[in-house]
Write a protein that binds this ligand. Structure first.
Ligand SMILES: Nc1nc2c(ncn2[C@@H]2O[C@H](COP(=O)(O)OP(=O)(O)OP(=O)(O)O)[C@@H](O)[C@H]2O)c(=O)[nH]1
Length: 387
């Protein structure tokens, strides 16, 4: 009997050991999932990534087989990737050629005539004046061309080269067109954007932010156009699309206080550039001077303004030039943004505005698309004019 009990005990111990061994092996730790996270936060996943993520089961199906709720789709849209500046120029040159080609081609046709009589020279002058190049510049270019044609003896075959060289000289490739978007002493660069309502200011601020984001710079926007609530919302949308913070005030808030807050925010967060949109109501010169003067003064309590961009609508012609003059008397304009060049055949305004203000055109707007803003280049511009 004792032997029997002993045998049962030995078999029992052996069985328990085997089962325990199996259990321990079953609990052996699985390899850990990869917990490494990127230092750079990636944009929210695009719509097609949901194929990688199994649907979340909210609860086990109830006995009554009621329909289960689908998890809600995330509402945050993915961040956009703005187009790099280099490819913009190639794409937008076509658009520039489309709107300005008539002007350049008209000049070329006149210059290529067998006989360049006085009537032809007058027609050449008319074409230049119609394109808004301005009287003095027109005379300069006609003089230059007449001299060359005399010296070189006749029009064709070199009319294109001569015209190109004269126009490039006029547009002045030597002007420094770089945007001052960097600050010093660890402070952000501050770009103040001014111009009359409707010239495309807010749109330009949004597009410029995209250019800077494409160049991997960090940006904060200041919606100091508190005169028009829609402009503030418009800017907020531009910012959201590329993940750029927009500092805003309520409608009617003092624009200077919004500008101050935006630049302070930029300094505190160590961003590269703060761009400030302004209202710029051209009610009268004194009022404008007060408003923009104050905006600039309060900004400079935080960081120096590195660039003042005047936005001008190319379709407004001579009227735009009058506005440009008033703004440049009120604030030190350092660069011009010429918008809506796609909708105007008056590309000559580039020349007149540069002569009028003595500051370079730095950017051109060539459409309503988010990336339809490009750095201005004198030679590419003239080539587009000549088609
Ligand atoms: N075709 C074309 N349209 C443009 C261009 N730039 C701006 N626009 C349009 O011009 C209109 C006015 O632009 P906004 O940016 O709202 O003008 P704004 O100067 O900020 O006007 P306020 O906010 O009233 O001060 C909008 O419909 C823009 O889409 C451009 O280069 N080409």
């Amino acid at each position: 009997m004792a032997v029997l009990i002993l045998v049962i005990a030995v078999v029992g111990v052996a069985l328990v050991g085997t089962v325990a061994g199996l259990l321990v092996r079953g609990r052996r730790p699985k390899p850990l999932p990869n917990t490494h996270t990127d230092v750079i936060v990636s944009p929210p996943p695009a719509a097609d990534t949901d194929t990688d993520v199994p649907p979340v089961e909210l609860s086990s199906p109830p006995a009554t087989l009621e329909p289960t709720l689908e998890p809600e789709a995330p509402t945050v849209p993915p961040l956009e990737r703005p187009e790099p500046t280099a490819s913009r120029l190639v794409r937008l040159r076509q658009r520039l050629a489309g709107s300005q080609g008539g002007f350049g081609r008209g000049l070329l046709a006149l210059l290529s005539r067998d006989r360049l009589d006085e009537d032809t020279w007058e027609s050449i002058e008319d074409v230049l004046l119609t394109a808004d190049i301005g009287v003095a510049a027109t005379q300069q270019v006609v003089e230059g061309l007449r001299t060359r044609m005399r010296v070189e003896g006749g029009a064709a075959p070199d009319a294109r080269t001569a015209l190109r060289e004269e126009l490039v000289k006029l547009v002045d490739p030597a002007m420094d067109r770089r945007l001052q978007v960097s600050g010093s002493d660890g402070k952000p660069g501050v770009v103040l954007v001014v111009g009359v309502n409707g010239s495309g200011k807010t749109t330009t601020v949004g597009k410029l932010a995209r250019i800077l984001v494409a160049e991997e710079r960090t940006v904060t926007l200041g919606a100091a156009d508190t005169f028009r609530a829609a402009a503030v919302d418009q800017l907020a949308t531009w910012g959201e699309r590329v993940g750029v913070e927009v500092v805003r005030g309520n409608e009617g808030t003092d624009p200077a206080s919004v500008a101050f807050d935006a630049v302070k925010d930029g300094v505190d967060n160590g961003v590269d550039t703060v761009i400030v949109d302004t209202a710029g109501r051209l009610q009268n010169k004194a009022g404008l001077m007060d408003e923009l003067g104050k905006v600039k003064r309060v900004i400079e309590k935080q960081a120096p303004v590195t660039e003042v961009l005047l936005v001008l609508d190319a379709t407004t012609g001579q009227n735009g030039l009058v506005q440009a003059r008033v703004f440049s008397e009120v604030v030190d304009v350092t660069g011009v943004v010429l918008t809506k060049l796609d909708g105007s055949a008056k590309g000559g305004i580039v020349v007149s505005v540069q002569r009028e203000l003595g500051v370079p055109v730095k950017l051109v707007g060539l459409g309503e698309g988010p990336d339809d803003l490009a750095p201005f280049d004198a030679e590419a511009f003239v080539d587009a004019l000549l088609g």
